[in-house]
Write a protein that binds this ligand. Sequence first.
Ligand code: C5P
Length: 220
Amino acid sequence: IQQQPFAGVRLLITAGPTHEALDPVRFIGNRSSGKMGYALAQVLTELGAQVILVSGPTALPAPPLARLVRVESAAEMHAAVMERVGECDIFIAAAAVADYRPELQASRKLKKHSGNIDLRLVPNPDILAEVAARNPAPFTLGFAAETEALEANARAKLNNKGLDMIAANLVGGAEGGFDRDDNALLLLWGDGQRELPLMPKHQAAREIARALMQRYVTST
Ligand code: C5P
């Protein structure tokens, strides 16, 4: 058995949430711990890959062997990815990127007053879709967090974004996922799929790495 099947393979991984500032002290963000992306970075470096981890704000320690690039917002994550994606073989989008950001960012703390506040939100770029649409594009693995119709929604995302592979998990129930230590996943690719039962995220990362290697090798 080969000890370092990812030796010489360059990976770019996004992880964590993004924070979209409203003012210097407030933000809109997603509920994401970053654990899945950090576990993937850890496991893949152990398997020999060169990993750059572009991470939104998390409380996690840096994986020892990966290069960590810290960002706050989706715009910063987008810039950090685009700067480096040309030199990577595999792109894994494990970040829970905020789909929208406030149109305006106050430079001073917004004051409380008695009336309502209207927030106008504008869309953020879809980093994963943009990477997958490059020519040449790296091998792309995306994530899909869904509250219902897991397989159908994930397969639609795989096709619409033009991905090589997607890891889908149900969120909002007892099945793990966001902000948890365990995850149950459904891996989908062009003509196949594999179910990963509820397991710790480090173990899930090993299973994803195994499936990723098989798909990556057959695609190159
Ligand atoms: O469309 P949806 O947000 O559900 O897609 C999830 C996948 O797309 C994840 O892999 C996520 O990291 C990625 N994504 C992204 N940039 C965005 C939104 C999602 O890279 N702006």
